[in-house]
Design a protein around this ligand. Structure first.
Ligand code: SAM
Length: 214
């Protein structure tokens, strides 16, 4: 099976489990486990919301939008958001979530593989959060993001040297889903090779939180 199909299948089967990370009313045991293993998911969400404060009428592309948590939150701040994902199950949840929150008039969800999809237009801001974990050759993706972005892009990359990676690597191996990790040096290199000159890289535990300016 192709690597991308493995990722697609992985997310199609784990929509609720993935989305529960954002659930503030979950059981204590899950709160503790998410705190230990997935704290940076919460952290990158907070940092993105803080960075994207004044975004009324901005056009945003949410790459690997998953269950639409970012897309809907940003639409609620007045942005026009396009979310793309190749997991139909994730998109079904995203669509339902945007309707529940009354944000469906500002969100468009696209089914497709980001790298193959032909966008007609550029976006003020591109987001790719929790996306590069599953990308084997990030440079062509980053070059595409650069071409599509007018202002800035916000990205996350899983950090290479982290003790919890042993468990994550093992878990995803068992579940037959590929995962890729990055050192700060790897990141600086691939960002430069992709044509980005201005960027900030911040370690937030399990992830690097990256902002690139165009
Ligand atoms: C960890 S989830 C992150 C979802 C969301 N960005 C968040 O942080 O809540 C990664 C998502 O990327 C999607 N994805 C991975 N590779 C993709 C690709 N090449 N094209 C479109 N979607 C992709 C997966 O289907 C999955 O929904």
């Amino acid at each position: 099976m192709r690597e991308t199909n493995k990722v697609k299948r992985f997310f199609d089967k784990r929509v609720n489990k993935f989305d529960s990370i954002y659930d503030t009313k979950k059981k204590l045991v899950w709160k503790v486990l998410d705190f230990i293993f997935r704290k940076s998911v919460e952290r990158r969400f907070e940092l993105t919301c803080r960075e994207l404060d004044n975004i009324r009428n901005k056009k945003i592309l949410d790459i690997g939008c998953g269950t639409g948590r970012y897309s809907v939150t940003l639409a609620q701040k007045g942005a026009f958001v396009y979310g793309i994902d190749f997991s139909q199950e994730m998109l079904n949840t995203a669509t339902g979530f945007s309707k529940d929150k009354g944000a469906d008039n500002l969100c468009v969800f696209i089914y497709g593989d980001f790298i193959d999809y032909n966008f007609n237009d550029k976006f003020d801001i591109c987001l790719a959060i929790g996306f590069f974990d599953y990308i084997k050759e990030p440079i062509e993706y980053l070059k595409k993001i650069k071409n599509l972005t007018i202002e800035r892009a916000i990205l996350s990359f899983p950090a290479k040297w982290h003790l919890r990676n042993i468990i994550r690597r093992l878990r995803l191996k068992i579940l037959d889903c590929p995962v890729y990790f990055y050192s700060r040096l790897d990141l600086e290199k691939i960002l430069k090779q992709s044509g980005f000159d201005e960027f900030s890289i911040r370690n937030i535990g399990r992830d690097y939180f990256v902002i690139v300016k165009i």
